[in-house]
Design a protein around this ligand. Sequence first.
Ligand SMILES: O=C(O)CCC(=O)C(=O)O
Length: 316
Amino acid sequence: MTAQSSSRVDDAGAVTRDLMERGLHVFSPGVDPVAATALLNAVHATRAFGPDLFIDEADFLADPQFRGVNPRPGRNLVDRIEASLDFVERDPAIVAGLSELLGAGYQTLDRKLVCGVPRDWMPDWVRARTEGKAVNNLGPYIRPDYRDITYFAGIDFHQDLIDHPARTADFVTLYIYLHPVTAVDAPLFVLEGSQTLASTLFPHDLTPAGGDAWTYGDGRGGSTTVTQRMLTGDTGYAAVWHACTLHGTQQDTAEHPRLSLRYLLAKASEAGEAGIDAVNRALGGPLSLAATRRDLAEDGSARDTGNIVSTIRPVE
Ligand SMILES: O=C(O)CCC(=O)C(=O)O
């Protein structure tokens, strides 16, 4: 461990405090940029990132699949390049921060690569199907053998609890940029303070309140003011947020994709008191919802509910 990383590790309690106060902690510095670049290069070597990622419209229409289009065991690119992930999974400050928050022996619920897809790559028929939608996971339109990564054309403000109905918010998301991310690279937008209302139904009740402020209602009569923060940063940028923290992305408007690593990490069931317990005790609402969203049709496709995050005009 270097002198620099040990001073980060000694900063005990900072991750928990940040999640309690803002719903988010940014690791500073992030993880090893050289290793992140090596991973990025390895990912690029697996396929031609571009318009050929997409299937033909006729093939899509022959058998539309809206479920089961994300990475899964046996079809997850990060599992094929496991050795390259030590720069995250063994980074002393990341391990210390997550152990503080989730207890030693925390569990990896999910880990995958996420790709923000440039608009220019998308066929017209895919643009027509995604325009104005809140959740633009492009998996249904991607060639099946490339569904070992999750592809987004932006996703509206949501909690990561959205994919886990009935689960307690005992987990966090760790998000790593594999190259510099600016305003045009589909940076994450996080609403600081949004975790305080605990779990709420998607799409969320958000109204602009001037500048970077939003009024956020919980649908139960409560509301709070939250602050929008755009997460731009260099290669290896690393942030962790609570399962109830609202965040989203706009579509990538750069010429290249935005590639990131995304982990979901949970407290081990046998772990004693950990930072996440203190964070959760401070929340003003339920820690789980039986149903987390009301935007899906029977077949799993997204209905048109609008897209709030796309209304932000990013300024760096
Ligand atoms: O990377 C993106 O564009 C969106 C990622 C995200 O918000 C998520 O996976 O929950």
